[in-house]
Design a protein around this ligand. Structure first.
Ligand code: SF4
Length: 79
């Protein structure tokens, strides 16, 4: 199975475009994005996209918000 998250091409975390957070982005890539299905499927960004069809720009992979809280906080609806 592919080791890298299928969402990586457009993901700001993977692409390290979070200003001033290049080192953090590198850690996230190692811990989630490039660590195989078991890990990237536990990423809150991945989970939000699966559940809501999109992911808020600033949501972090290890956000402590539940999917429900993410939906409420960012006004997302299940489609
Ligand atoms: S694992 Fe999460 S942070 Fe990494 S590319 Fe996928 S959605 Fe983005």
């Amino acid at each position: 199975m592919e080791m890298t998250c299928p969402n990586h091409e457009k993901c700001p975390i993977f692409n390290g475009v979070l200003a001033g957070k290049e080192i953090t982005a590198k850690s996230y890539r190692r811990l989630y994005c490039e660590a195989g299905y078991e890990k990237y499927s536990a990423c809150k960004r991945y989970m939000a996209k699966e559940h809501y069809g999109c992911c808020p720009g600033e949501l972090l992979p290890n956000s402590t918000l539940s999917l429900e809280e993410i939906g409420l906080h960012y006004h997302l609806e299940v489609h």
